[in-house]
Design a protein. Sequence first.
Length: 242
Amino acid sequence: MSVTEVSGCRSTVRPSLEECERRLEYTFGDRSILERALVHASAAENRWRSNQRLEFLGDAVLGLVVSDYLFHHYPQFLEGDMTHVKSIVVSRATCARVSERLKVYEFLQRARNVGGSQAWSESMIADALESLIGAIYLDGGLEAARQFILRHMKSEIESAVEGVSNTNYKSMLQELTQRKFGSVPAYELINEIGPDHEKQFQVVVRVGKRRFGPAWGRSKKEAEQNAARNALEALTQAQEQA
């Protein structure tokens, strides 16, 4: 298990809840919810008094907000792209990075014998962020949770989007088909719709005699990339099932 080293996390004096709210840029109407969100299972009398239920809720809210953001801000993305980006943003590594940036560990309660001196596991601080998202949702509703998530994680979403957008699916497909079949893909434009300034193109890719699912794009290049991605997904799935 990876471990995040931080300074001062074993101090007997925890910063105030007011400081936590300032760090989060959210003020709770019911601070008892915030207090619950900051209790690690190791420090609770029982699991009902820990932040685990809030963590479960926060994980679901985070997934919803990220999915909604991708759906409305990246209409060019198909399901596979959105799924890929979402998996990166809601991952333990990303949540831990955001949690550490906010220094959430300074406010957490845990048993003294857990994790060793001045060390928080990646899992602990990632779970803490999710529990805080759940707490904000419970206290202020979905819009409050959305604002918190986008305020602190929008850059993570954009970074993941950039990584997906820069993926050269055509190059990856050609490398795969040359290695497996000794042939290169052929792209065929099969449809185009819309006025010149908003034209959409549909392309299908063939490898040998096999034809893969067509894909749309705002340019022929984008449509070819999307078609190549469809072919890669189909070939990968077939390989996994073999």
